[in-house]
Design a protein around this ligand. Sequence first.
Ligand SMILES: Cc1cc2nc3c(=O)[nH]c(=O)nc-3n(C[C@H](O)[C@H](O)[C@H](O)COP(=O)(O)OP(=O)(O)OC[C@H]3O[C@@H](n4cnc5c(N)ncnc54)[C@H](O)[C@@H]3O)c2cc1C
Length: 731
Amino acid sequence: MSQARDARTSGAGMNRSKIVVVAALVALIGVFFALGGHRYLSFDNIKAQQASVQALFGSHPWTTAALFFLAYVAVTGLSLPGAALMTLIAGAIFGLLWGTLIVSFASSAGATLAFVVSRFLLRDWVQTRFGQALRAINDGVAREGGFYLFTLRLIPAVPFFVINLAMGLTPMRARTFYWVSQLGMLAGTIVYVNAGTQLAAIESPAGILSPGLIGAFVLLGLFPLVAKRTIEYVKARRVYARWRRPARFERNVVVIGAGSAGLVSAYISAAVRAKVTLVEKHRMGGDCLNTGCVPSKALIKSARVLDQIRRARDYGLQQASATFDFAEVMARVQRVVRTVEPHDSVERYTGLGVECLEGAANIVTPWEVDVALSDGSTRRLSTRAIVIAAGARPLVPPIPGIEDVGVLTSDTVWGLRTLPKRLVVLGGGPIGSELTQAFARFGAKVTQIEMLPRILIREDPEVSQMVMQRFASEGIDVRVNHKAKRFVIENGQKLLVAEHEGGEVRIEFDQLLCAVGRVPNTEGYGLETLGIPTTRARTVETNEYLQTLYPNIYACGDVAGPYQFTHVGAHQAWYASVNALFGSFKRFRADYSVIPWATFVDPEVARVGLNETEAKERNIAHEITVYGLDDLDRAIADGEAHGMVKVLTVPGKDRILGVTIVGEHAGDLIAEFVAAMRHGLGLNKILGTIHIYPTLAEANKYAAGAWKKAHAPEGVLRLLARYHGWMRGGA
Ligand SMILES: Cc1cc2nc3c(=O)[nH]c(=O)nc-3n(C[C@H](O)[C@H](O)[C@H](O)COP(=O)(O)OP(=O)(O)OC[C@H]3O[C@@H](n4cnc5c(N)ncnc54)[C@H](O)[C@@H]3O)c2cc1C
C-alpha cells in the first residue's frame, strides 16, 4: 500500500436538482424585486390601495381570496419581507374570521415551504459540517422540538422567516413543523388580522404590539415548557405513588454488580464521601476480569508468542520451536486473572470507603434492596439511589441439538484444560474472532461459522477482508453465509448442519464454542416487581441521564447498553453515580460522541467515530485518507508491515469524523485520534506534533501528512516555484 493510497470524497455535494431549486429561488426573488414588490408591500401603499382591493373582493370574492392565499404562500415561502403587512391586509379585506382562516393556513403552508426548501438545500451540508456540534440541538429537537417551536412561534421575538429556515436544518418532521406552527401562530395571527380590520386607524405596524401584549405572549410561550416540567414531576410522583418512601436512608447509593461499571460507580461515590454499598453475587471484577477482557487477552498473548516462534525464519532465526502444554497455558491465564484481581477486590474497595457485600441483590422498593448473603441471611438496605450494573451473559441460541453436543461459552471456556482437536466457533463478532484465532494458533482445527457475508460486520468490508485473509493464511476455516440449523450426533460424531446458499453443509467437530452475542441480565432482581421496562435490545430502558423509569434508579454498563465494552461501562458509571448523587442540582447527559473500541485479533482492529460504511449509509459527506503500514519504517523493522490507518474527514477540512486502524497495536495507536476527536483537534494538529522515530505511532502522523498532501494549495505552490526560480536568477 502506498503512503497515501487515496484521498477520496463522497457524499452530499451540490447536485443538479439543488442547483435548479436555487436558480428558481433566485429568479423568483429577482422577479419580486424587479416588479417592485417590496415597494408595493409597504404600509402606506397598502393603506392607499385598501379601497380598490376591497372593491375587487366585493365583485370576485373567491378569486380574490384564492389569489391572496397564493400570494401569501409565495411571500412567506420565499422568505420575502411583507408577511406581517399581508396579515393586516387580510384583516382589512376579509374581516376577522375569514382573514384569520386564510392567513392561518397560508402562513403555515408558506412557512412549511420555506422549511422544506431550507432542508432540501442546506440541511445535509449543515449537519455534515456541524453535525457533532449540533448533536445536542438535534437531540433536543428530536425530544422536545415541538415545545421549542411552539414557544418561538408564540413569542414574536425571532423573525418568522428565521424560524422557518433554521428549523429546516434540524431533524424535525415537516408534519410536526406545520401543525405546531399553525397552532403557535394562531394567537399572533388573530391579533394582527384584528388590527387589520381597523387598518385605517393604525399609524404604523409597530403600534400593534403593546408591551402588555408582548408580555402576554411571553407568558403564553413559556407555558408549554412549564407544563412539560410539571408533567415530568407529576409522572415521577405517579411512578412512586404505590411505594412507601422511608423517612430516612442508611446510605446514598447501593450499586448492584461489581463489574467494571459497578466498581467505578462505587469508586466515584466513595471518592465524593457518599455512603455506598456495592453488592456482588458472584465474583468481584465481573466479566471483564474473570471471563472477559483479562483472560482473553492473556490467552491471545500466549497464542501470539507461539505464532511469532513459528515465524522465526522471517526474523532471520533458522530454528526456533516451542512445545507447550495447553493446561499450563490456561493455568497462566488464571494466574494473570489472580494478579489483576486485587485491583477489583473487596479489600481494595473497602479501603476506599465502599461497603462491599457478597450476595444477590433484589430491589424490593425504589429505595430498598434486599441482599441474600452467602450465610443464608437476608439484609435489607435503604438507599436514596440505586445503580444497576448487573452486566450481561453469553447468549446461547435455541438451535436444535445445541445442548446435546455440549456448548462452551465465554463463561465456561476458561475451564478447558485440553485443547479441542476440532473446534467450531459460532459467531464472527469480536469475541468469536479473538477466540477463533487464539485456539487455532495453539493447533486446534477451527471452523468459524458466521451467517452474515463477513466477520467483524461492524467494520468496513476491507477490514473484515484483511482479517479473513490472515485467518485463512493461518489455516482457519472461516465459513461466512453459513447459518447454523441444528446439531446432531451420528455414530458418536458431533456434527453441525448449516444452511449455505440454499443447501445444507455438515461440519464435524469435537467441541463447540458459542459467541453469538451477550444478553443483558435483567431478570430475577426486582425489575419485574418495580415494572422497570427493558428495550427491544433487552437492555434496561434509561433516559439520557441513565435514569430508569424511577428517577432515583440508574443503570450503566452492559445491562444498559448500547455498547458492551469495559471502558464504556466505566464511562457511563461516572454519569450514573454523579447524577445519582448530585442530580437534584445538576444532571449530566451521558455523552457517546467519541467511543473507541478494538478487536484484539491479529492484525488488530481499532476504531473511533465513523467508518466509511456508516458515513455512506447516513449520507454524511466525507473524505477518506488511507496510509498503508507497509510503508512505515518501524512496522517494516518489526516484520509487521501490514494494515492501514484510514481516516474520514469533513471534505476540505481537517476535522476528523472517524478512524479505523488495522495493524500491530492498533488499539494503542488509536488513542491519539480519540484524544484529537474528543478535544476537537484536526489532522493539522496531529501533523504538527512530534512523533518519536521510529515508532508505530508515526503512522498517525503520516496519515495526517497524506491528507495534507492531497490538500496542498496548488496555486500557492506554483507561485512559490516561480519565486524560487526568480531567486535563482531565472525568468
Ligand atoms: C471474552 C470476552 C472478551 C472481552 N473483551 C473485551 C475487551 O477486550 N475490551 C472491552 O472493553 N470489553 C471486552 N469485553 C466486554 C466486557 O467484559 C464487558 O463489557 C464488561 O465486563 C461489562 O461490565 P459490566 O460492569 O457492565 O458487567 P459485568 O462485568 O458483567 O458485571 C456485572 C456483575 O453484576 C453481578 N450481578 C448481576 N446481578 C446481580 C445481583 N442481582 N446481585 C448482585 N450482583 C449481581 C454479576 O455477578 C457480575 O459480576 C469482553 C467480554 C468477553 C465475554
